[in-house]
Every structure is written in structure tokens, then in C-alpha cells.
Write a protein that binds this ligand. Structure first.
Ligand SMILES: Nc1nc2c(c(=O)[nH]1)N[C@H]1C(S)=C(S)[C@@H](COP(=O)(O)OP(=O)(O)OC[C@H]3O[C@@H](n4cnc5c(=O)[nH]c(N)nc54)[C@H](O)[C@@H]3O)O[C@H]1N2
Ligand SMILES: Nc1nc2c(c(=O)[nH]1)N[C@H]1C(S)=C(S)[C@@H](COP(=O)(O)OP(=O)(O)OC[C@H]3O[C@@H](n4cnc5c(=O)[nH]c(N)nc54)[C@H](O)[C@@H]3O)O[C@H]1N2
Ligand SMILES: [Mo]
Length: 754
């Protein structure tokens, strides 16, 4: 099937990878050094530092990195950023410019030969660009670009248009975007969340009736135990390490459950605290459960078995709020320890030990991320985590709750604003009433379905509000071919990425302002709003001069499209001139946003209501309910490995900042495959040998050529590669039950010698 070309490694050759010792702690001097180096290289120290000092401050902008919340302004530090936030800023505030002249020099086919890192180094896009009747992008006026878009969307009709969103879009942009789509008559809103925390939403919705996390940042001050499951905060949510550091210093416990012993969870030295730097840092997780990929569901059933056996239940809580306890009890009691050991890969004694720690703790927070969401059994696994938490009343009390740690800085807000292919009827009712139309009710396509629809010619116009659909999606070659079948592909982007290089018949790149930049509209400078992982809604306002005078805000671009498609239906120009008017509209449509404009002007913003946190289950029949499931068999055909695709320390999803993964001791190359030493010996593979990876799926094989094998401390039978280089190996139709999320963390492969 899909065959990988050499296009991901610049010259088609592998660099000489360097393997170094693992650092003793995350953060520390290494983080300070990396921060300075990236700022200097990309944005220049002065511009970069100006931006950093405004980041995560009440009057500044929200870090475009992750969705971890900021502390309240009373205790917030003047410096509130991490190494990776600094890299994200350097990437956006870069001095490099992808001007029409630079674009004009190469065809998209030639640009494909650049690596993702090199594409990023082209810099910020300065002008709207079009590709039609050739293979090169040329400049186009905004007016013609928007006109072309409106014309083709109208011609295609609602069924044939898909509107993708990446989670960096602001609430205001996302709200207008879904409004334009629904006025057109479609719910085809694939979004990055379909590949991310969709499984969490499904699981939590079914068990506790709320699709979001239930904790606040203050809860971490009151917890006795934090479970960090399938998450690598040292790299992906570094500000969470400051929270975990405070937790550890208070004497509370942290348990990590992960196939890898991630350095970031072992020890953390706060780069902005001199004493911490000198002392070498604070120890974080004392306990690490080295679970094989996919073993979590059975592991948590083992924990539940122990809780029942010891009768360590919160009976009052269960009697009042939870249904299905007896059936669930019968289910886990019937599972033998031999079965649980086999399906979790963890010995009974170890499960009992962790259960002991869990049962001694009065208030527990369970955090998780992609290690739980991107498997076939993800929804059931997350339900199992929730079950165990409910058994001891770890929900809706200080220091306890469920905490899916979101990725993109506003991915949660975008969903709240209606970026949802299965919108709630109540939301559509309110939207229809506020704007005066009848929104479409039929469910739309998610990301995988949208790619399939393009492939089958059912979708002919693809619009992307941010993101990089080509590289983020599974089955890169297949996704690229599907996109190329479209009549029109449109990307609203800040920087060049691989999606731009797989154009439809015609393609537009519409360059927009980034978070860091001043957004000046007719009524004056504007701010936007975002919602963090813990449901706090707050302002974000850029401070830097825009990268080019031609840039428009996302809001202005979408409002112009709305005006071209549905003039007079909404006061589009007024909305774009003054974002307060968009917020007034949001307040009328979205629950929890009353008085939006006033409340969001308070220093910390406001928290959205969360029924599960309030122990209110009225909307799901009065009770939370324990879910029953059978864990998967982890057995593999002979010689095969289960591979997870993970992030390095030097990337933001498909944006590659550099070629190092400092916390895993890798420098200079990303095409690596981590394997257990014994699995290498068994295959006669030596350290640094270049191998091919072949994934096996019901519709055929996929080949990823030339990965450097490196022995690593992970469970036997498991392997790890980096996303997006390994996405060629992830089959489009291998998705999670219930959420349809691609199984990017469990791909069955064989390793071939070259
Ligand atoms: N700097 C930086 N920050 C980011 C991002 C970035 O790319 N760079 N991306 C953002 C986004 S969109 C997201 S969603 C988050 C992602 O944040 P993470 O979820 O932390 O990211 P991943 O690298 O995908 O890592 C998942 C972890 O899950 C573990 N894992 C894999 N399979 C299993 C399993 O079966 N069980 C268990 N228990 N663990 C498993 C892996 O070993 C790894 O430690 O980060 C956000 N923040
Ligand atoms: N194999 C594998 N695949 C995965 C994952 C995995 O773990 N393994 N993780 C999945 C996850 S969790 C996610 S969230 C998705 C991510 O999928 P996406 O969100 O689609 O990807 P990103 O790499 O975050 O998007 C980066 C692009 O966004 C644009 N951009 C940056 N800032 C802005 C802005 O302010 N405005 C606009 N309009 N554009 C901007 C830039 O052009 C940049 O190239 O990938 C998924 N894919
Ligand atoms: Mo994500």
C-alpha cells in the first residue's frame, strides 16, 4: 500500500544520530540554555523576550503551547512560561519570511523534498497565495481569494464541504467559523480533537455525564495522590511540572503509569528558581508502573478488584450518586488474577502495591493524555480509570477528580464554541434562535470520515482553520491523495506546512495573525479568549507587531467569508470590527457565558460550570454509572511488535523545532525506532542499525523506510517512533471503538533488515 518516500529526511539520508546519557532531571540549566538558543536562532532575543514577558500574564497572550492552566494572578509569577512555550513563541515570532518570492522559486513537488523542520524555517507567510493551473503558489488579493472560496463553497453545497479546525483557534474565530458552516448547512467539522482527546470526551460523557475534566488547579494543593497515566508532561505540559513539584514538596505522592520511564516525571529542577537549580531539583514520581502498551484497562480492573476486596469503598458517595455498582463488582470479581496479569502485563503483587497506595489516599487526581486516548480500547480504558476513581468518591471534592490533560491551548474552547460534528440539539436551538435560521441537525464527518469522504469524492472543498491535516492524520500517503482529489483546499495558516503541498485542483493559503501579535481592527486593538484544560476562560492579547502588513486575523478572514456567502444575514463587518459583539452573540448561545464581556475582563477570567464536579447527574438520569468492559488480549502474531508514535522534546505536533530529544538522550535525528534490547537481539539487529518498519492491517501493509534502531528501556514487544514521521504506518481505518480516534499508540509492526 502506501509507500514512504524519502521526503521527510532532507536529502533522503539519515544523519549520524548521537546517543547521550539521560539527564538526571527535567528543566534545569538544559531548559534555560534551550530557551535562549531557540529565541536567538528564530526570533532574536529582544523580540522574543518581549513576547515571553507578556506570555500567560493577565494583559498578555495565552501561551500557544499547551492547555495547562495558569495560577491565579495573585500568586502568578512575573515569568510564567516553560522551555517549550518559549520555543513556540520563537517559532511564531521568527524573523524569517515565506514571501511570494520564496514561494515562487519552487513547485510544491520541490518543496516536498524539504523536511518538516526545513519547511518551518521558511518562516511566516506574508501574503495570501493561490495555486491554480500549475504547481507553484502565486500571490492573490484578499478580495479574490475570499471570492474564490465563497464561490466554490456555494457551488459544492453543504454536503461536499468539510471545515477542519486545529485547537489553537480562539473562541471568537471558532464560533464564527461554525456559524458560517452551519449557515451553509453542514456539520462536517472534523477537528484535531478527533485525533486527540475525543476518547476522553466519550468515556467521561458516558460515566459521569460531563465531557470535560472535573478538577481545578487548586485541587492539586489538596490531593494526596496524583496518577499520571500515559502522559509525558516534562515535554508536553512542562508547566505541570511546577505543579507536580509543589505536590511532591508537600509530601503527596505521584505515581506514573507509562511504558517509558519519562525523565520529566522522575525529577524536576525549576529553571526559573535558582535554589532549585543549585540543589539539582525535586524528585517527582516515586512509583513508576512500566505498563506495556494497552495494558491499562486490565490494570485498572485489578485496582478495582483490590478496592472491593478491602471494602475500601466510599459507600455514602456510591449510594447517593453511582449506579451499576453491584454489576461492576460481580464483573471484576469474576476476573482471575492470572487473566488480569496476562492482559495488563503487570504482576498481581505490583497491582496490589499500587492499590494500597490508592486506598490510603483520601483525595486522588487522575491525569491522562494520549497514552490512553489513541488505542482501539481507549474509551473503555478511560471509563475503567473513572470507575476506580468513583469507587472511592474521588470526584467533586477538594483535591480529587478526573483530569484529561488537553493538548492544544484552546482545543477545549473550540468544542465549547460548537466545533463539533455531533452538536448537541440544545446548542443548535440556541444558535438558530440567536441568528434566525434553522441549523442542520444531521451529524457531520469527523477527521477520519472527512478523509474517507475526500477519497471517495464526496467532499470537494476542504477548509482548514489552522493545523496541518496532512501530517497530523494517519496514513500520510492516502490522506495526501484524498486531499489532492478536492476541487479546492484552503489553509488559514501562519506558517508553511506539508498540508499546503498537497493541493486540490485549486488551493489557497490565507495568512493570519498569530497569538503573539497585535490585532488592530476598526474599533481599536482586540483581544480574543481561550478556555484551558480546567475550564477557565480568559483573555489573550498579542504584543508584537504583525509579521506582515498583509496579515488578517482569523476572525477577520472568517467574517469576510461570511459576508461573501451570506451578506446581511449577520452584521459580519461589525463583528470583525469589535470582537465584543461576537462575545455578546456567544453569550446568547453558549451555556455558561452570561455576561461574557464583563467577566472575561477580570484578571483571571472565569470558570465554566461543570456538572460532574458539582456531583450533579440530573441530565444522565440522576446518577453516574460504572461501565463494564473486557480488556483486550495483548498477544501479537510471532515476531511482531506493538508500536506507539510519540512526541520528542523538540516539536509541537507537526511543527519541528529541532532534531533533538534531550530527555531521551537522542540528538540530531528523528527517524529512530526505540526497541527493547532483547527484541533487537532476537531479530539480529544491532544498535543504530537502519531498518524498515512494516505495519500490518486488514487492508494491506504500509512501509516506513529507514529508521535507526535504538535500544531503550521499554517493555518487551513494544516499540516507539516519532509522530509525524511514522504516520505513514498508521492505518486510516484502525480507530478507537466509540470515538473513532486513530490508534496512533498501538500499531502492529514487523521490523525488516535492509
Ligand atoms: N512541547 C509540546 N507540547 C505539546 C505538544 C507537542 O507536540 N509538543 N502537543 C500538544 C498536544 S496537541 C497534546 S494532545 C499533548 C500530548 O501530550 P502527551 O500525551 O504527553 O504526548 P505523547 O508524546 O503523545 O505521549 C504520550 C505518553 O503516553 C505513553 N503511552 C503510550 N502508550 C501508552 C499506553 O498504552 N499506556 C500508558 N499508560 N502510556 C502510554 C508514552 O510513553 C508517552 O509518555 O501535548 C500538547 N503539548
Ligand atoms: N501518529 C500520531 N498522529 C497524531 C498524534 C500522535 O500522537 N501520533 N497526535 C494527534 C493530536 S493529539 C493532535 S492534537 C493532532 C494535531 O493536529 P493539528 O492541530 O492539525 O497540527 P499542528 O501541528 O498542531 O498544526 C500546526 C500548524 O498550525 C498552523 N498554525 C500555528 N499557529 C496558528 C495560528 O495561530 N492560527 C492559525 N490559523 N494557524 C496556526 C501552522 O501553519 C502550523 O503549521 O495530531 C494528531 N496526530
Ligand atoms: Mo492533541
Amino acid at each position: 500500500m502506501a509507500r514512504e518516500t524519502d521526503e521527510d529526511s532532507p536529502s533522503g539520508e539519515l544523519a549520524d544520530v548521537q546517543i547521550t546519557d539521560l539527564p538526571k532531571a527535567a528543566g534545569g540549566w538544559g531548559a534555560m540554555w534551550a530557551t535562549a538558543r531557540h529565541l536567538q536562532r528564530d526570533s532574536g532575543l529582544v523580540r522574543g523576550t518581549k513576547a515571553l514577558l507578556a506570555m500567560n500574564q493577565p494583559d498578555g497572550f495565552d501561551c500557544p503551547g499547551c492547555a495547562w492552566p495558569e495560577a491565579t494572578s495573585t500568586v502568578r509569577h512575573r515569568i510564567e512560561f516553560c522551555e517549550n512555550g518559549a520555543k513556540a513563541v520563537a517559532e511564531e515570532a521568527t524573523k524569517a519570511r515565506a514571501t511570494p518570492e520564496r514561494f515562487g522559486k519552487a513547485t510544491v513537488d520541490e518543496l516536498r523534498a524539504l523536511s518538516d523542520f526545513e519547511l518551518g524555517q521558511l518562516g511566516r507567510i506574508t501574503h495570501p497565495m493561490v495555486l491554480e493551473g500549475g504547481r507553484t503558489y502565486r500571490p492573490i488579493s484578499w478580495e479574490r481569494a475570499i471570492g474564490m472560496m465563497a464561490e466554490q463553497m456555494r457551488a459544492a453545497g453543504p454536503e461536499r464541504v468539510a471545515l477542519y479546525t486545529s485547537g489553537r483557534a480562539s473562541n471568537e474565530a471558532a464560533f464564527l467559523y461554525q456559524l458560517v458552516g452551519r449557515l451553509l448547512g453542514t456539520n462536517h467539522f472534523p477537528d484535531c480533537s478527533n485525533m486527540c482527546h475525543e476518547s476522553s470526551g466519550h468515556a467521561l460523557g458516558a460515566v459521569v455525564g460531563t465531557r470535560k475534566g472535573t478538577v481545578s488547579l487548586e485541587d492539586f494543593d489538596h490531593a494526596d495522590l496524583i496518577l499520571v497515566i500515559g502522559q509525558n508532561p516534562g515535554t508536553n505540559h512542562p508547566r505541570m511540572l511546577s505543579t507536580l513539584r509543589d505536590v511532591a514538596r508537600r509530601g503527596a505522592r505521584i505515581v506514573s503509569i507509562n511504558p517509558l520511564k519519562e525523565v520529566g516525571l522522575t525529577k524536576f529542577s525549576h529553571p526559573q528558581k535558582p535554589l532549585d537549580l543549585l540543589a539539582g531539583g525535586t524528585a517527582l514520581a516515586q512509583d513508576h508502573v512500566q505498563i506495556p502498551i494497552g495494558g491499562d484497562q486490565a490494570f485498572f480492573q485489578g485496582l478495582a478488584k483490590c478496592v472491593f476486596e478491602a471494602d475500601a469503598l466510599d459507600h455514602t458517595f456510591l449510594d447517593e450518586f453511582v449506579g451499576g455498582v453491584a454489576a461492576y463488582r460481580a464483573h471484576v470479581e469474576a476476573l482471575s488474577w492470572a487473566f488480569i496479569e496476562e492482559r495488563s502485563g503487570i504482576a498481581e503483587a505490583e497491582i496490589r502495591r499500587i492499590a494500597g497506595i490508592y486506598m490510603q489516599s483520601k483525595a486522588v487526581i487522575a491525569c491522562w493524555a494520549m497514552g490512553l486516548t489513541q488505542h482501539k480500547h481507549s474509551v473503555a480504558t478511560i471509563q475503567e480509570v473513572s470507575n476506580v476513581m468513583l469507587l472511592r468518591g474521588n470526584l467533586g471534592k477538594p483535591g480529587a477528580g478526573l483530569c484529561p490533560v488537553r493538548g492544544h491551548s484552546n482545543v477545549q474552547g473550540d468544542r465549547t464554541m460548537g466545533i463539533d460534528h455531533t452538536p448537541a440539539p440544545g446548542f443548535l436551538d440556541a444558535l438558530g434562535e440567536a441568528v434566525g435560521f434553522d441549523p442542520p441537525r444531521q451529524h457531520g464527518y469527523d477527521t477520519v470520515q472527512a478523509i474517507q469522504a475526500m477519497e471517495q469524492g464526496k467532499v470537494s472543498v476542504l477548509v482548514s482553520l489552522g493545523g496541518n491535516l496532512l501530517s497530523a492524520s494517519p496514513d500520510t500517503a492516502r490522506t495526501g491523495a484524498a486531499m489532492e482529489r478536492c476541487d479546492l483546499t484552503v489553509s488559514i495558516s501562519t506558517k508553511v506546512n506539508r498540508t499546503h503541498l498537497y493541493p486540490g485542483q485549486r488551493a489557497l493559503i490565507l495568512p493570519c495573525l498569530g497569538r503573539t501579535e497585535i490585532d488592530l481592527q476598526a474599533s481599536g486593538p482586540q483581544f480574543v479568549t481561550v478556555e484551558d484544560s480546567m475550564s477557565m476562560v480568559h483573555r489573550s492579547q498579542g504584543v508584537l507587531a504583525p509579521a506582515s502588513p498583509e496579515l488578517k486575523s482569523e476572525v477577520a478572514i472568517i467574517a469576510a467569508l461570511g459576508d461573501a456567502l451570506f451578506p446581511g444575514k449577520v452584521a459580519w463587518r461589525d463583528l470583525a470590527a469589535n470582537y465584543d459583539l461576537i462575545r455578546d452573540l456567544i453569550a446568547r448561545v453558549v451555556t455558561g457565558f452570561d455576561d461574557f464581556n464583563t467577566r472575561v475582563r477580570t484578571p483571571d477570567g472565569f470558570r465554566l460550570p461543570n456538572a460532574a464536579r458539582a456531583r450533579s447527574f440530573q441530565h444522565i438520569g440522576g446518577r453516574a454509572s460504572l461501565a463494564i468492559s473486557m480488556p483486550p488480549d495483548l498477544g501479537l502474531p510471532p515476531g511482531r511488535l506493538r508500536m506507539m508514535t510519540i512526541r520528542s522534546h523538540d516539536q509541537y505536533n507537526t511543527t519541528i523545532y529541532g532534531l533533538d530529544d534531550r530527555y531521551r538522550g537522542i540528538r540530531g535525528e528523528r527517524r529512530v525506532v526505540f526497541m527493547h534490547a532483547a527484541d533487537m537481539v532476537e531479530r539480529h539487529i544491532v544498535e543504530r542499525e537502519v531498518v524498515d518498519l512494516v505495519s500490518e492491517w486488514e487492508d494491506g501493509e504500509r512501509r516506513g523506510e529507514a529508521f535507526i534502531a535504538i535500544a531503550f528501556d521499554l517493555p518487551r514487544g513494544n516499540a516507539a517512533t516519532y509522530f509525524p514521521e511514522a504516520n505513514v504506518l498508521v492505518p486510516l481505518t484502525s480507530t478507537a471503538d466509540g470515538s473513532n480516534t486513530p490508534t496512533s499508540k498501538s500499531v502492529v509492526i514487523r521490523v525488516e533488515k535492509r
